[in-house]
Design a protein around this ligand. Structure first.
Ligand SMILES: [Zn+2]
Length: 295
């Protein structure tokens, strides 16, 4: 196996544990003793709204959830994406840092870049927890509360608390989501229900931290359209259907494919991946890449 593939396979194996409820993740390699279940040093959230954390138990991994094969495609954006609509690449394409763990580095001129991207936001602070084993396990140096993006989408149940990088990616996410909603459903998205962004926790079996621990991940659950239609990942993704006719299913799959292919996010995980993600699409800006947008 080529070193790059090995790295990716390693990252993918670990992703099974990056999934959204790490506290109940099952160790995948029984021979490897899990680290001590040390309590995390959770930093204070200096923001007026409580963050919507993914619901424990709701995301319990299925016994024997399999690790899917990594696709052979490159990280290059999809060839059919026109230059006019292609979003900026936010995904980390550097194969040499895939195993680096920690909050993302701050982005220079973050607030100016957010404003230029059409993001209305409020500065926030979650700080960094203590280092454990030389690694920050919680928090991030640079987070914001996103009030409104350029796609005029509101987010319930709370304004997303995100790293600056994720907030910038959200601007491109909204453009892609609105394009696909118009294309498949003939309407625009007015609201997205999410399951959370910031949730500080450690993996059960590996020294790998969920990107949610750094407010660097986002779980998308339902899409409310201007037509009144509501698209639910749980009911409409239908991973068991090979060639769906339903516009809602085609919308969700096209959206996930583009978010990965065009590098809006490093990681895109859908109900194709495991039962843990049966009710939401997880996106994040990890240093490694995982395409969970395909069967
Ligand atoms: Zn998640």
């Amino acid at each position: 196996m080529r070193p790059s593939l090995l790295r990716r396979a390693s990252a993918l194996l670990l992703l099974a544990l990056v999934a959204c409820d790490a506290s109940s993740a099952t160790p995948k390699t029984p021979s490897e003793p899990p680290p001590a279940a040390a309590a995390l040093d959770v930093p204070e959230v200096d923001a007026p709204e409580a963050d919507a954390a993914p619901t424990p138990g709701d995301d319990a991994p299925a016994p024997g959830a399999s690790v899917m094969a990594f696709p052979s495609g490159s990280n290059a954006p999809a060839a059919d994406a026109s230059a006019a609509t292609r979003p900026a690449v936010h995904a980390d394409l550097d194969p040499d840092n895939d195993e680096v763990i920690g909050p993302p580095p701050p982005i220079e001129d973050c607030e100016e870049r957010l404003a230029a991207a059409g993001i209305t936001f409020k500065p926030a602070r979650i700080g960094l927890g203590r280092k454990q084993g030389g690694v920050y396990t919680c928090g991030s140096e640079q987070v914001v509360r996103v009030r409104r993006g350029p796609g005029e989408i509101t987010y319930s149940k709370s304004s997303p608390l995100l790293t600056c990088g994720m907030a910038l990616a959200l601007a491109d996410f909204e453009r892609v989501a609105q394009e696909e909603a118009q294309r498949h459903l003939g309407a625009r998205i007015k609201q997205i229900d999410h399951l959370g962004t910031y949730n500080c926790r450690k993996m059960a079996a590996y020294d790998l931290i969920s990107e949610h621990s750094y407010a660097n991940g986002f779980d998308l659950r339902r899409f409310h359209l201007t037509s009144g239609e509501v698209i639910s990942v749980l009911e409409d993704f239908r991973p068991e259907v090979d060639e769906p006719d339903a516009p809602a299913t085609r919308f969700l799959r096209a959206l996930a494919n583009r978010l990965y292919d065009e590098g809006v996010f490093s990681v895109v995980v859908t109900p194709y991946f495991d039962r843990l993600h049966r009710n939401h699409i997880h996106v994040d800006l990890a240093r490694y890449r995982v395409d969970g947008s395909r069967p």
